[in-house]
Design a protein around this ligand. Structure first.
Ligand code: AFP
Length: 355
């Protein structure tokens, strides 16, 4: 589906998102529905960006108002962002809609061609410290049986993207033919092409993981991070730097910009047996974007896009970014010695030996 125009680089700063979407609509039957959905999400994002930029001055902040259906702390901006997105998407003939803030998926229009899953405001624990947060979205074809709308494999996605609300408000988008980044032109009130055909470097010098959980990790994860820490004195043969922002969209944007590997693995903490990130509206869309940019996205044992969810808020371990480092992490997850130690209670969690 080559809807790309020649000489894309000359389009930087010129091509508007709506013009890009218009060209895409001529490429496939579902394209019109996908384009309308992305346009609606972009409209919602402009409103959400304004709300976030006002910080404590707005009537929405990072204060917690309760917990969502899956027990996560819910901030009033989570609720506001969800409402804005649903209002903007509600005008479209979408077959089914799912959100981190909704207990169950909602069937909207049985004649709709697409299904949409959103994380309205990812990283919201960063709002009150003025850090980058974002909206993540996944767009799927509508199956005949809509009860299975969000049980499709990640590879079935038609499009995926995320918005970063940071120094720039940028929309990272894949329509299945590469990754482009559109940045909000605040004066004009529209998104313009900022980077086209984004590619992730095959290898990297930066890893991102919440290192405070080290004692809870399985040995393959500890072994991988220990190789990163050993740097040039270990098997990696080069040094690494570490980052941890606590905001998936910010980590993903950095990886798209300068490479890197991000890990949120499963760990021994109660409730973290499958990690923290949700498959349907976080890992699947991120995996599509990362792979479309030439990177890899894995659970450590299998490709994320091969997975299909059994429940809407199902969690999944996620290792994504530069393909060489993801591949090394997968190799360690297949190492018989390390795998055996995961099942051996004596060593698996108590860290008797530094692996
Ligand atoms: P919040 O939306 O609750 O802030 O969670 C953000 C997130 O899902 C993801 O964006 C981060 O990478 C990850 O959690 C951070 O988790 P830790 O707080 O456990 O490091």
């Amino acid at each position: 589906m080559r809807h790309r125009q020649r000489g894309w680089t000359q389009m930087i700063g010129q091509l508007r998102l709506d013009d890009h979407l218009q060209r895409y609509t001529e490429t496939a039957p579902h394209a019109l529905a996908v384009a309308a959905a992305v346009d609606a999400i972009a409209t919602a994002a402009i409103e959400i960006a304004g709300l976030i930029a006002s910080g404590d001055l707005a009537d929405a902040s990072g204060l917690t108002t309760g917990r969502n259906s899956d027990g996560d702390l819910q901030r009033d901006l989570d609720v506001h962002a969800d409402a804005i997105l649903r209002r903007c998407l509600g005008r479209l003939p979408i077959a089914a809609l799912a959100s981190e803030e909704m207990r169950e998926a909602q069937i909207v229009d049985r004649h709709g061609r697409i299904c949409i899953a959103i994380d309205p405001l990812d990283g919201s624990s960063n709002i009150d410290i003025n850090m980058t947060v974002g909206t993540i979205f996944s767009i799927l074809p509508a199956p005949d049986d809509l009860s299975l709308a969000f049980q499709q494999r990640g590879s079935a996605q038609l499009a995926a993207g995320f918005v970063t609300y940071g120094p720039q408000t940028s929309l990272v988008l894949t329509l299945g033919d590469g990754v482009d980044i559109f940045t909000l032109d605040r004066k004009a009130g529209c998104f313009r092409l900022a980077r086209s055909a984004v590619q992730i470097s095959e290898t990297c010098e930066e890893f991102a993981i919440n290192a405070s959980n080290r004692r809870h990790w399985d040995p393959p994860v500890r072994a991988f991070i220990d190789e990163c820490l050993a740097g040039v004195e270990g098997p990696a043969n080069h040094d690494f730097n570490m980052r941890w922002i606590g905001s998936l969209v910010a980590e993903a944007y950095r990886i798209l910009t300068r490479g890197g590997v991000f890990l949120y693995p499963s760990d021994a903490r109660p409730g973290y047996g499958d990690g923290r990130l949700r498959l349907v509206y976080e890992a699947h869309p991120m995996a599509m974007i990362i792979e479309q940019a030439g990177g890899s996205a894995s659970t450590g044992r299998e490709r994320v896009l091969e997975l299909s969810a059994q429940s809407l808020h199902q969690r999944v371990p996620l290792i994504m970014g530069s393909s060489n480092e993801v591949r090394r992490a997968e190799e360690l997850h297949c190492d018989p010695l390390l795998v055996a130690s995961v099942s051996a209670p004596l060593f698996a969690r108590r860290g008797f030996f530094r692996l």
